[in-house]
Ligand binder design. Structure first.
Ligand SMILES: Cc1ncc(COP(=O)(O)O)c(C=O)c1O
Length: 361
């Protein structure tokens, strides 16, 4: 069978348009478009309830959420992070005047390797910023123990992590602050959007002030803030999509297992291991034996209008125009050999079967 329509690595999960429009009618009636409006407040409550967490503040996007987290914790210095990530993790650190220090990854989980963190700690280290790559939880207990021992803050980049859990608790509840992304490509989206989840009410209040120009309730400016507000239109999309949260999650899990069952016996491929807690199954990365094999398969897929994504490639420590190039051999090697397959709500079984057939060819 020849594939007719292009299939990209992902597509946004969207509620039926009428359900979004229904919520927009209220926005038009109230004439409130932003400034912590009723839909933003409702979205925050619904997300907290859905995930069983507290102290969540939505905002414009996941990158700004990371910056808000650094700002709220009032840290300046070196932040130990992973090179196997999207560049936003590192740009957020740099925009807040801090220095990224790269710690190599565990070749199985693809997350920061806790055994390599301590050797990188210097008197200037202020925090650790691990990423729950592809929704797979980091070793949160080991990271927490290191942070406590050295009096460091932990900010998780949980851009991919909504719906994942550790010890039965949402993964977003870990660290001093977790920043997540609600971008169009994420499991749950508000088109553009993000959120910070803080460890306590005091930090939450500070985050709320930071996203609103540093204003407190009395409209005094008491923080060095900026504009990180989510609009009512974005919140309306989030609320419409919220109804489908469980369905989207279950669908990802089912499709993930179809890929895994079909591909796992083939010695040419290896897969990200989930060693701590439960993933949200939101990506399906395949690790090839060599970059050449990856490129050959990618070419065959592209010929059928199937467009997987080399995610994360290249390893961020190699962006020497913006960072000092520390060597991270595991991350550099894996980034050359990893390909994320198309994996989203409306991917059809014909499309998924064709992808599998080409991989096994
Ligand atoms: C690991 C990681 N961190 C941060 C971000 C930034 O999120 P946003 O696009 O919402 O700014 C992304 C975006 O995809 C990401 O993948």
């Amino acid at each position: 069978m020849d594939n007719q329509n292009p299939v990209f690595v992902t597509q946004p999960s969207l509620a039926p348009l009428e359900e979004f429009v229904e919520l927009l009618k209220g926005v038009w009636e109230r004439g409130i478009l932003t400034h912590n409006g009723p839909l933003v407040q409702r979205l925050e409550k619904e997300l907290e309830q859905k995930l069983g967490i507290e102290h969540l503040a939505v905002n414009t996007n996941g990158t700004i959420a990371l910056q808000m987290a650094i700002r709220a914790l009032e840290i300046k210095g070196e932040i130990i992070t992973t090179p196997f990530t999207w560049v936003a993790t590192v740009s957020a650190i740099k925009w807040e005047g801090c220095t990224p220090v790269f710690c190599d990854i565990d070749p199985e989980t693809l997350n920061i390797d806790p055994a390599k963190i301590e050797a990188l700690i210097t008197p200037n280290t202020v925090a650790i910023m691990p990423v729950h790559v592809f929704g797979t939880p980091c070793d949160v207990d080991a990271i927490d123990a290191i942070a406590k021992k050295h009096n460091l803050k932990v900010i998780y980049d949980g851009a991919h992590a909504i719906g994942s859990s550790v010890n039965g608790k949402s993964l977003l509840a870990y660290g001093d602050i977790t920043a997540t992304s609600l971008h169009a490509t994420k499991l749950f989206n508000t088109a553009e959007g993000g959120a910070c989840i803080a460890a306590n009410k005091e930090l939450l209040d500070k985050l709320n002030r930071i996203r609103f120009f540093g204003h407190n309730d009395a409209k005094d400016v008491i923080e060095d803030g900026f504009n990180g507000k989510m609009t009512e239109v974005h919140a309306a999309l989030g609320l419409a999509n919220m109804k489908y949260f469980d369905e989207v999650l279950a669908d990802r899990k089912a499709k993930y297992n179809i890929y895994l069952e079909a591909l796992k016996a083939n010695p040419k491929f290896t897969f990200q291991k989930v060693k701590h807690g439960e993933t949200n199954y939101s990506y399906f990365p395949v690790i090839f034996e060599t970059e050449e094999e990856l490129l050959a398969v990618e070419k065959k897929l592209n010929a059928q209008k199937l467009f997987p994504r080399r995610y994360f490639y290249p390893s961020v420590n190699t962006y020497t125009k913006i960072v000092e190039g520390q060597a991270c051999p595991v991350s550099e090697d894996i980034s050359k050999r990893i390909l994320c397959l198309p994996h989203y709500w409306k991917l059809t079984s014909d499309e998924q079967n064709l992808i599998i057939k080409i991989l096994l060819d």
